[in-house]
Each structure stands twice: as structure tokens, then as C-alpha cells.
Design a binder for this molecule. Structure first.
Ligand code: TEU
Ligand code: CA
Length: 561
């Protein structure tokens, strides 16, 4: 595969509802994003992935779309959207929209029609089935947000399928008319000059056989993920989608695909595949339990994490790419996920940043990650908004768990951890809004905010900036963008380390994951220290002719040639 224009790009994810509120209604909006474009340009990112801003009743914060051709009024207007695309372009930033086509909102005109009668022309655009013999749901599938994946409709006495909330009915991809209608919409957006799409939950568009499976949780239901992800025949639809839309534009697409078997991943990406690259969730799944078992804390350790990172890197050969990410709007903050609470500090935060940003792939920074935002602990479930947290909370109480135990699990796992308003400064509401925000600001905003990191030359923000420059504009670009990934010190329990090799140049990224000093001897010839998360590594780093001996401090991370 030849080199692609997007190989060296860095993508920043904006969750619009929580980014910046320009008109004082407590909800982030498009003009608010435009106000902050200079901030993002300064960081050095190339593309903004915008979580959905379409017209939506917001049962799942915009992942429930009521009109694909309209902007949600809380976010602004189509004119604001056009302006955002234009203003971003002036700064060399592309806009990547979120494409949510596994399901729509139940408020979409199509579903309203579909619901009317069994012989409505749009009936077949969604998935309707007769009740099981006992009158219950057609199968025992659990929706991703908890509870049955089927909802009964009184009027027509059938159930409809929803992989996610009941307000998010699944579209029926078997219906050709529907598919054509979706492609028309995709092209309409691409004609506006987007940089591309992030394609939501696309693993689920092809359903498996409609049958009961062995229950895997205390609710007697079975995980829909394993039943419907990437089913045989999905590629025909995805290739058609690509043919009719993406392939006719100079864009980049990244898809949310759940790997069943890693060998299959390659069918989805690269030359001839329907997408340019994908999110591979193996490293986040290591830390988070599947939905059926979400309350139990997951045991993981550095050895497992290293192994998985290595597997992900090896899955995609030298020519293809994978999304590099630690956070998104569905995940808790990376500092809490990968570090013990007492170990969260600027050194460990920079360590995580360096380790993931310098692998082979396209890095994603989620809003607030660059300033070190952390998880939130609301005192009551009333303060939560995330449909998944609330659904699972209810389910757990019904299954007899104690409220405080469940709330604790919500603290760890809730998607609201990453959805708290962006912390711009130490003024009221963290400078996010002049009004009470839709979701409570994290109480640590007086310490952790954009104003502070910009004023501190040694901050995490500037470290991210350095990492981006290192990838894009340094003598090491070739290694970091195209170079081979090779894990080293596989057996070492304390360090994660790898090489990025291109021609005869080798770059080493080496990180001490422990909160203690550890001395290490490396059989490499040191040419240069490129970057470190401590100010004085250079003076301390001495090397023999072909050995590096170094006393690493807690979380110390070096990038070496
Ligand atoms: O997520 C798909 C998905 O299956 C999970 O990430 C899911 O959100 C998580 O396991 C819930 O605990 C995508 C979007 O990223 C997510 O925000 C949407 O809610 C979902 O699709 C439905 O559109
Ligand atoms: Ca607003």
C-alpha cells in the first residue's frame, strides 16, 4: 500500500455537548467549538472528530438521530456547521463527523412510519418480529445498555430490535431501499467537504440467527455483542457502503469494529477493505469488564497490557494503520483506568501519553485528556446522565445489589467520567458555561484546567504538543509514522518498551510503570535523548560505548535514538 495522506495525522475528539457553551444554556454547541479552534490548532492536531450534532431527542446524547439532514437545535444551525468546517479549514483542520447508521432515534420519521402498521412501506426498514411462543421477546438478547434488546409495540403486537436503548431501534440493512437512502445521506454530507467519518457501532448492522442462547448473566439474558458483531455477510454491506460513498471522495474513515478474531480485522481495513482503519478495543477491554459483569473490578497488570498492545500492533502489518487511543466518550479517563489513584501525577500522565502516541497508528486525543482530566464521583445516581450507567444501575438493584456497591461500580465505569464539562479555567462552571451545565463539572476544575496548563511550560499539554511535533515535524517522523514496531523487554515486569525502526535508524520508547526508582541496563548504543518526562534526564543519562545504564525514577519515560 502506498503512503496515504492521513498516515501522519493526529485526531482530536470533541464531545460537543461538553466542550464549550457559547450562549449560556448550559450545553456545549458549534459556535463554542469555533471559539476554541485556535486552542486546538495550537496543540497541533489535524482533524476533529465531532461526536454527533444531528437533530436528536438526546436519549443517548446524539447517538439517537431523528434527522440526519439537520443540526440539533441545542448545538446550533446548519449555517454554524458550515462555518465550523470553513473556519477549521482556515487553520488546516479537517472535520470528521460521526456516522450513526446501525440505528436511528425512535423519533425519526422513518421509525414513526414503520411503527404505524405491519404493511407500512417503511415497516421493513426496522427489525420487527413476532413474540416468542410465551408472548415474551423473540430472543433472550441483552441490549448493550442493559435489559432486553426487544421492545413490544402494543398497536401492531410485534417486537422491534434495539442493540442499544429502546429509543434507538436498529435499522434493517437487509432492506435495499433503506441502504440506498443512507448512502444518499452520506454523500450529501461528504459533498460539504468533510475530512471523513468515524463510523459508529457498525459491527452490528448484520444480525445473526434469531435464536436464544445460553444466558451469561444474572438477568437470564445473553450478551448481544457476541451474537451480532461482525456476522457473516457484513462485508457485503460494508463494501457496498464504501463503493457508493467513501471511495468517491478524498476522505478518511475509521470504524468502531469489535474484533472477534484478529485475523478477520484485516478484511475490514486497508487495500480493498471498506474502511481506512479501525478502533481495536482489546486494550480497553482488558481493563473494563463486559456488560454482563460490569460491576466486578477487573484484574489486569502491566504484563497483560504490554502483550495486548503488542498484539494490536502486530495485527496491522507495516502498511496498514490502527487508531491509537486511551480515551473516548464511552471510556473512563485513562489516568484512572491505567494508574492507581495515588499515582496520578504529571510524570505518570506524560508516561501514558508518550507510550500510546508513539506507536504505529493514528493517535486520537479525547477532549480534556491533554490537560489531565480525571474521573468524577457523583454522590447520587440522580447526578448521572449516561443511559448505560442508569440502565445498568437499575438492573443491578433489581438483581439485589446494595445501592452503595452499585454506585461504586458506576464511579469506575460510567461513561459520564469522560463527559463532564471541559475545564477551561478556575472560574464558575470551569469556564465551560455561564449557566449551570447539563452535567456537573468535576470538582477538581480549580487545579486541572486549560488556563493552568497553558501557563505552565512543563505541563501535560505542552508534552502532548511535543509528542505531536515529534511525530510530524522532526527528523524522527519517518520512524514514528512508518517505522516498524518491535516490542522489547517483553519479560520485564516494570517497564514497557518498544522500538520504532526505519532503515538503519532506531528509536526506543521506554517507560517505568512503577512508582519507584529502578536501575536498568540496556544493550544498546545511545545516540541521543530525544524526549523525557523529567527535566534533567539528559544530565543523568550516561552511556558506555554500547551499553545504557540508567536509574529510572518513578514513571520516568525516555525516547531515545
Ligand atoms: O458505542 C458502541 C458500543 O457498543 C460501546 O462502546 C458502548 O457504548 C459501551 O459498551 C456502553 O457501555 C457507540 C458510541 O460510541 C456510543 O456512545 C453510543 O452510545 C453507541 O454506539 C450507540 O450509538
Ligand atoms: Ca449552548
Amino acid at each position: 500500500m502506498e503512503k496515504k495522506w492521513w498516515h501522519d495525522k493526529v485526531i482530536y475528539q470533541v464531545y460537543p455537548k461538553s466542550f464549550n457553551d457559547s450562549n449560556g444554556d448550559g450545553i456545549g454547541d458549534l459556535p463554542g467549538i469555533i471559539e476554541k479552534l485556535d486552542y486546538l490548532a495550537e496543540l497541533g492536531i489535524d482533524i476533529i472528530w465531532l461526536s454527533p450534532v444531528y437533530s436528536s431527542p438526546m436519549e443517548d446524547n446524539g447517538y439517537d438521530i431523528a434527522d440526519y439532514y439537520a443540526i440539533g437545535e441545542q448545538f446550533g444551525t446548519m449555517a454554524d456547521m458550515d462555518k465550523l468546517i470553513a473556519e477549521a479549514k482556515k487553520r488546516d483542520i479537517g472535520i470528521m463527523m460521526d456516522l450513526v447508521i446501525n440505528h436511528s432515534s425512535d423519533q425519526h420519521q422513518w421509525f414513526k412510519e414503520s411503527k404505524k402498521s405491519k404493511d407500512n412501506p417503511k415497516r421493513d426498514w426496522y427489525i420487527w418480529k413476532d413474540p416468542a411462543e410465551n408472548g415474551g421477546p423473540p430472543t433472550n438478547w441483552r441490549s448493550v445498555f442493559g435489559g432486553s434488546a426487544w421492545t413490544f409495540d402494543q398497536q401492531t403486537e410485534q417486537y422491534y430490535l434495539h442493540t442499544f436503548a429502546e429509543e434507538q431501534p436498529d435499522l434493517n440493512w437487509e432492506n435495499q431501499e433503506l441502504r440506498q437512502e443512507l448512502y444518499k445521506m452520506v454523500n450529501w454530507w461528504l459533498d460539504k467537504g468533510l475530512a471523513g467519518f468515524r463510523v459508529d457501532a457498525i459491527s452490528f448492522i448484520k444480525k445473526g440467527e434469531y435464536k436464544n442462547l445460553t444466558p451469561d448473566g444474572e438477568d437470564g439474558l445473553a450478551e448481544i455483542h457476541s451474537l451480532t458483531a461482525n456476522k457473516e455477510g457484513i462485508l457485503a454491506y460494508l463494501n457496498e457502503l464504501n463503493q457508493e460513498t467513501f471511495s468517491n471522495y478524498k476522505i478518511v474513515t475509521v470504524a468502531e469494529i469489535y474484533p472477534d478474531k484478529s485475523e478477520r480485522m484485516k478484511e475490514f481495513v486497508g487495500e480493498g477493505g471498506p474502511f481506512d482503519f479501525i478502533f481495536d478495543f482489546r486494550h480497553t477491554d482488558l481493563v473494563m469488564r463486559p456488560d454482563s459483569n460490569w460491576m466486578r473490578e477487573k484484574e489486569w497488570n502491566l504484563m497483560k497490557l504490554k502483550k495486548i498492545f503488542n498484539q494490536i500492533q502486530q495485527t496491522y502489518d507495516e502498511d496498514s494503520r490502527v487508531a491509537l487511543f486511551l480515551e473516548n466518550h464511552d471510556q473512563p479517563r485513562c489516568l484512572n483506568k491505567y494508574l492507581a489513584e495515588e499515582n496520578i501525577n504529571r510524570y505518570s500522565a506524560k508516561m501514558l501519553a508518550a507510550v500510546f502516541m508513539l506507536m504505529r497508528g493514528v493517535p486520537f486525543i479525547y477532549q480534556g485528556q491533554e490537560i489531565g482530566m480525571t474521573n468524577v464521583k457523583y454522590e447520587s445516581i440522580e447526578d448521572y446522565n449516561d443511559a448505560a450507567s442508569i440502565g445498568k444501575y437499575k438492573m443491578a438493584l433489581e438483581n439485589g445489589h446494595q445501592e452503595d456497591e452499585v454506585l461504586k461500580a458506576v464511579w469506575n465505569r460510567s461513561r459520564d467520567n469522560s463527559r463532564t464539562p471541559m475545564q477551561w479555567d478556575d472560574s464558575k462552571n470551569a469556564g465551560f458555561s455561564s449557566a449551570e451545565p447539563w452535567l456537573k463539572v468535576n470538582s477538581n476544575y480549580k487545579d486541572i484546567n486549560v488556563k493552568n496548563v497553558l501557563a505552565d511550560p512543563d505541563s501535560l499539554y505542552y508534552f502532548y504538543q511535543d509528542l505531536i511535533r515529534l511525530r510530524k515535524e522532526s527528523g524522527y517522523s519517518k520512524n514514528l509514522i512508518d517505522g516498524k514496531y518491535e516490542e522489547i523487554l517483553e519479560k520485564n515486569q516494570d517497564f514497557m518498551a518498544y522500538l520504532r525502526i526505519k532503515d538503519d535508524k532506531k528509536i526506543m520508547v521506554i517507560a517505568n510503570f512503577r512508582d519507584e526508582n529502578i536501575e536498568l541496563e540496556l544493550n544498546y548504543k545511545l545516540k541521543k535523548l530525544i524526549l523525557s518526562n523529567y527535566p534533567d534526564s539528559k544530565e543523568r543519562l550516561k552511556s558506555d560505548r554500547d551499553k545504557i545504564k540508567y536509574n529510572f525514577r518513578p514513571f520516568e519515560t525516555l525516547v531515545l535514538e
